[in-house]
Design a protein around this ligand. Sequence first.
Ligand code: SF4
Length: 254
Amino acid sequence: MSPIIYGPVPSWRLGKSLGIDLLSTKGKTCCFDCVYCQLGRTLHLLTERRQFVPAERLAEELESVKGLDIDYVTFSGMGEPTLASNLGRAIELVKSVLPFPVAVLTNSALMDEREVRQELALADTVVAKLDAPNEELFQQINRPASTLRLKDIVSGIGKFRQVYKGKLVLQMMFIAENMHHARELAKMAESLSPEEVELNTPLRPCAVPPLSPEDMEVIEGQFARLKVVNVYKSPKPEVKPLDIKETLRRRPKL
Ligand code: SF4
């Protein structure tokens, strides 16, 4: 049985980040199949939540990482962490054992579900994906499960914003398809009032080339009314993963 805790990984967003993979499936399990995904194609395209690994297993593994020097504990891994129906229980467990803030990296797909919002609200930071300003680009870039619609996802993020007391970050991946839609995405972001917007482009190996630093600078200019972090301007800390093989499985390039 492979471990569900991996890393720490160097994160340009969260510093030294210890990963928790509540899915831990062999291939990727997600509600999207994004064209730029560093994990390759989605093997299990799902929208129904279920338990993949029991919380007891996480409790056991947490005992062995108590003394680590990290900045964040981050729920991410082999796909979309909100698909794990025990996410809320797992966040509570981490917070009861480790003295670090907890983040969840989500693709936002299930945020229209009340239960998902309630569980995400237990985290200190929620990093929610939003790459497309319209349904056509959403289908093209994120290649979602057939039942998902962008308007419901944006509505879900909005409902979450109204109640969430932690730090809400929007993460936007810019590639050739959406680079000329930065203004529309900035307007959407303004309406959702995040604490921060992460402007990303795929710098890790994947099927899609990244935009240049100059293109990202132009995009950043469209977000003048928001606090932004540009991937090209964010240093990453030095870290040594506990298990390099298990870490590279979830994150092919550190
Ligand atoms: S949401 Fe994340 S894990 Fe899922 S396909 Fe997109 S990039 Fe990959």
